[in-house]
Design a protein around this ligand. Structure first.
Ligand code: SF4
Ligand code: SF4
Length: 71
């Protein structure tokens, strides 16, 4: 199963910062709460960049995967 960022709907305040940084455009606002639109999108970019998790000011996104960089 493809791992995707997980949204804590109770924490998300709809600021939209995660949407701005997502290069795969898989995040959307629905009723002022972020949802993952395309579950395959984050995988297609082959990055799992975790930018959404890093920019969220309230800790509403968790990326359930590890990013390993090669030297
Ligand atoms: S990990 Fe990166 S590509 Fe995936 S949803 Fe977050 S910002 Fe978008
Ligand atoms: S950055 Fe965080 S609070 Fe802002 S829309 Fe995204 S998940 Fe919600």
């Amino acid at each position: 199963m493809t791992k995707m960022p997980e949204i804590d709907r109770d924490k998300c305040d709809g600021c939209g910062l995660c949407i701005e940084v997502c290069s795969c455009h898989v995040l959307v606002l629905v009723d002022n709460v972020v949802e993952v639109k395309e579950r395959i999108g984050c995988q297609q970019c082959s990055k799992w960049c975790t930018m959404c998790e890093m920019v969220c000011p309230v800790g509403a996104i968790q990326c359930p995967f590890d990013v390993i960089t090669e030297e």
